[in-house]
Design a binder for this molecule. Structure first.
Ligand SMILES: Cc1ncc(COP(=O)(O)O)c(C=O)c1O
Length: 423
């Protein structure tokens, strides 16, 4: 039996649309959105969720997220443009990022985004100027660095002291910025934002951050600033294989929200409206990537399975040793092959880098050149991080659901590679 995804035979997908191919089961994405609505938004009055578009951005995912009633977190003018081009309501967009340009801020304010997450004091004067120009009052949250060392790879930890993201909790800069912003009529300083890091499997880091931020909220209240909204970031982990139990959002949000409520009660604060911005948890497990095996090289200590993509469509192993599992789509249940007891099997790409690895030490059945493999759990930070390294055209994206497939991002051609270039 062949592997199917969203009710569609993966071998047929590879034949029809070519490889490498990103394939998303939109049924899984919608189920995640529903879980957010049912277990978080319905439970905590005033709460909301913004999908972190950086995990996978395209016009088609924007339509899914809008239809599911979530907000959108964007971090660049390009992401904002993509969202607006697919008719996403601007008031449900928040604009994040640690190095926004004047043009991006102007675009965001002009478009009427719901919130801008301020990461540097210099942004405020620009936001205020734009808001005045467009006759708006712009809601902003200030991103703070909670000073928590998240239990994850250092490249995807963001909340530690010394991080490039956010305002440090200590020192005068945060207080001075709040004071200055409050004095500007064109700004509505609604609260605070933090993001501890990504690919987390228990709520402890968020809870540690809540402990520190609620103490800050207490101090700020004494200085006349009320935190009406608190954005708790994303970071909820994605498992590597569909046979593993997915992370339950309630396993994160119930303890985090209980702690937030408890601490606010203890400090005599009104519990702020909570916002979350998950990325990978919504799309990672919905996505697989199909590759064709080009050749197999059996060396004495290692077997290399070389496929027709690699770090150009998925740089995540090269960046931070992301873990994956893969199967042969024509024999997904076949036992893992072990050449001579303990041979190292490495699934590698076609790019000219030794670090171009998709899975180091893969457990996969015996393969032959021409086989199609599926890399599970590859829906997040793959298409969105893809490059044209080695002049490899970007792969296509297909949405599948209920046995039907449709292309939502076309495969690039060689002509696309040279478009806009002069000699
Ligand atoms: C500010 C912010 N919010 C949300 C996210 C989404 O993280 P994840 O995909 O792990 O949920 C990130 C990831 O980098 C982030 O930096």
């Amino acid at each position: 039996m062949h592997l199917t995804w969203g009710g569609v035979d993966c071998l047929e997908l590879a034949e029809k649309f070519g490889t490498p191919l990103y394939v998303y089961d939109t049924g899984i994405i919608k189920a995640r959105c529903r879980e957010i609505r049912d277990t978080f938004i319905a439970r905590w009055p005033g709460s909301s969720a913004h999908y972190a578009a950086k995990a996978f951005m395209s016009r088609a995912i924007v339509r899914v997220i809008d239809a599911e009633g979530l907000g959108l977190d964007v971090v660049s003018g390009g992401e904002l443009y993509t969202a607006l081009s697919a008719d996403f309501p601007p008031e449900r967009i928040e604009f994040n990022g640690n190095a926004k340009s004047r043009e991006e801020i102007d675009f965001a304010v002009r478009s009427g985004v719901g919130r801008i997450i301020v990461d540097h004091p210099d942004e405020l004067a620009i936001i205020a100027e734009c808001a005045k120009n467009y006759g708006r009052v712009q809601k902003v949250l200030l991103r703070v660095t909670p000073g928590v060392d998240a239990h994850t790879h250092s490249h995807i930890a963001t909340g530690q002291t010394g991080s490039k993201f956010g305002f440090p909790l200590e020192g005068a800069i945060l207080r001075d910025t709040i004071r200055a912003a409050k004095a500007v009529k064109a700004l509505d300083v609604a609260g605070l934002h933090f993001h501890v890091g990504s690919q987390l499997f228990d709520p402890q880091d968020h809870i540690s951050a809540v402990d520190r931020i609620t103490a800050l909220m207490r101090d700020l209240k004494a200085e006349g600033f009320i935190t009406r909204e608190l954005n708790l970031g994303g970071g909820f982990g994605a498992v590597v294989n569909p046979s593993m139990s997915p992370v339950k959002l309630s396993g994160f949000m119930n303890p985090i929200m209980s702690r937030l409520t408890e601490r606010c009660r203890e400090f005599g604060l009104e519990t702020p409206q909570a916002i979350i911005e998950p990325g990978r948890w919504i799309v990672s497990e919905a996505g697989i990537t199909l590759y064709r095996v080009e050749n197999i090289k059996e060396l004495p200590k290692v077997t290399y399975i070389a496929v027709n993509g690699g770090m150009s469509d998925n740089p995540r192993f090269a960046l931070y040793q992301a873990e994956y599992e893969a199967v042969c789509v024509s024999a997904p249940d076949a036992p893992a092959y072990d050449r001579d007891g303990g041979t190292h099997v490495s699934i590698v790409g076609k790019c000219c880098e030794s670090g171009d690895i998709l899975i180091d030490n893969a457990k996969i059945s015996r393969l032959e050149a021409g086989d199609i493999i599926a890399l599970y759990n590859s829906g997040a930070y793959t298409f969105s991080m893809s490059s044209r390294y080695n002049c490899l055209p970007r792969a296509a994206v297909v949405f599948v659901e209920g046995g039907k497939a449709r292309v939502v991002v076309e495969r690039e051609s060689y002509e696309d590679l040279v478009r806009g270039q002069s000699v």
